[in-house]
Every structure is written in C-alpha cells, then in structure tokens.
Ligand binder design. Structure first.
Ligand code: AMP
Length: 269
C-alpha cells in the first residue's frame, strides 16, 4: 500500500493505471467505508482511497474541529484491505489551483441538506471535481446513506469527466443504526434513541399508504420531535430519480436530518 501526500507524486504513481476505483472518505473509517472499498476491489484493478477532512464543506467551524480523526487506525484498516493507494492531501496542495468557474447549485437542488447547510454541497462538488480531475478514475464509489451527495456529485461532475458513479447500500449495525463516523460523538442513550428512530422510520416507510401522505409525515415529525427531544431539519418523502417531493409511496425514499445531542445525523429509508 502506497501512502501519498502530494498531487505530483500521486500523478506519477497512477500514470500507468487505467482502471482505478476511487473511494473518497473523510477518515474515521468504519464498515460503511469498508463495503465501498470491497465493492471497488471487485470492479476495478486498482483501488485508491482518499482521506481528507475537507474544510470547505463544513458550514460550522466547530463541526470541522470536532470531526473525529483516527488516521493510524484508518491506515491499519486500509492495509488489511489491500488498498493500492491512500491519498492524504494537504489543504494548500489540493486548493492550490483557483477555480475558473464558481460552483453554483441550481435553485431546484437547494433542498434537503442544501437548504440547511449553506455552501456544503458546493464544497463537496469542488473537492470531488479536484480529486477526479487528478485521479481520472473509472469508477467512484459512494454511499446511499448520503443520497443527496451522491445525486449532486454525480449530476454536476459526470458531464465533466465521464467517470462512472456507483452507489453502495447503507451499512447498518445490529440495532439498525446507519453506521457513521459521527456516531462516536454520541452517548449510549443517544444511540438507543437513534436506533428507535431508525426502526420507526423504516416501518413507517414500508407501510405508508398513498392517502394524505403529507399529513402523516407531519404527524410523525411532531411525534419524533416530542418523544426523542430532537430537532428535525427535514423529514420528507422524495422521488429517487429527481429528488422532487413525492405524494405517493413509489420510487421514493424517506429522508431525514436531525440533531441529537448537538450532533447532526442524516439517513434515508
Ligand atoms: P465520509 O467519510 O463520511 O465522507 O463518507 C465517505 C463515503 O462513505 C461516502 O460516500 C458515504 O456515503 C459513505 N458512507 C458513509 N457511511 C456509510 C454507510 N453506513 N454505509 C455505506 N456507505 C457509507
């Protein structure tokens, strides 16, 4: 496994690779990341994992500072998975070149997390564009857990580079909690609540019938807020193809973002 920090070294190392699977991460690796890497191993000859906590995609400085970082543990995991290259860029190197065209989200994309985290997806698209321009991977592997991220990155970047994007299923623990690096910031009681919320949402989505869907979701939102004392940014049923609000339970997912113990979690069912 090669550990590379500079863009110039990375370009040299991958010169002769023609089938790279790229797995972008912010570290704090867990079973979700591991499943992306294993999927990449099956589809591509070479696997390249980046670990970079991108300051531009954090709309709150405290969130960026508090984000869990465990680089030695991460490298051990990656070694065991036989990853070919780990890219650990510095901010000065990766942001050295100035963007020619500012990334601006279309009005119709300013929904879900884009509405609540100003500048977040612009930061995500910017860094992904930089990574993909350098790496030129055949495939990029991303998680369904961050559905809107996958949707926007794919739509904004695919046209530019011709890279294929592969969406991997959300990995959950035995209590049905979507595994996330941020979960390490939660206490036992929080985790028990996250598990209950997750199960409630899964069952709700499975059973919901098409009449008065909007009212049912609103009622559930109020119930969850009261029962678990959480602040819900959104609870919305949206079409999987265009992310428009869905009035029927078909080709759609139920999206949630909420704050528990000052930690913001997202999921979809
Ligand atoms: P992150 O390190 O949180 O930026 O995540 C890196 C990639 O891993 C993103 O494409 C995420 O969607 C994906 N990911 C994070 N958690 C999970 C999970 N529980 N299951 C599947 N993919 C995940």
């Amino acid at each position: 496994m090669k550990l590379i920090k500079k863009i110039s070294d990375l370009k040299k190392a991958i010169q002769k690779f023609d089938n790279i699977g790229f797995i972008p991460t912010m570290g704090g690796l867990h079973k979700g990341h591991i499943s992306l890497i294993k999927t990449s191993s099956k589809k591509c000859n070479k696997n390249l994992v980046s670990i970079y906590v991108n300051p531009k995609q954090f709309n709150k400085k405290k969130d960026f500072i508090d984000y869990p970082r465990e680089i030695n543990k991460d490298l051990n995991i990656l070694k065991k998975l036989n990853v070919d290259i780990v890219f650990l860029p510095s901010t000065s190197d990766i942001y050295r070149s100035r963007r020619l065209k500012k990334i601006i989200l279309r009005k119709k994309d300013k929904i879900l997390c884009a509405k609540y985290r100003m500048g977040h997806f612009e930061g995500v698209i910017d860094i992904m564009d930089r990574f993909i321009s350098i790496i030129k991977p055949k495939y990029v592997f991303m998680g369904e857990k961050d559905y809107q991220q996958f949707f926007l990155v794919k739509n904004y970047i695919k046209k530019l580079h011709g890279t294929k994007f592969y969406k991997c299923k959300t990995i959950r623990d035995k209590d049905y909690i979507a595994i996330s690096t941020r979960n390490s910031l939660l206490n036992k009681k929080n985790l028990a609540d996250v598990s209950s919320i997750s199960k409630i949402l899964y069952n709700f989505k499975k059973k919901i019938t098409n009449d008065k869907i909007k009212n049912k979701i609103l009622k559930l939102k109020k119930k969850l807020t009261k029962t678990f004392k959480i602040k819900i940014d959104y609870l919305e049923l949206r079409n999987i193809h265009d992310l428009k609000i869905s009035k029927i339970n078909k080709n759609c997912r139920l999206f949630i973002a909420y704050n528990i113990n000052k930690v913001r979690l997202i999921d979809n069912y």
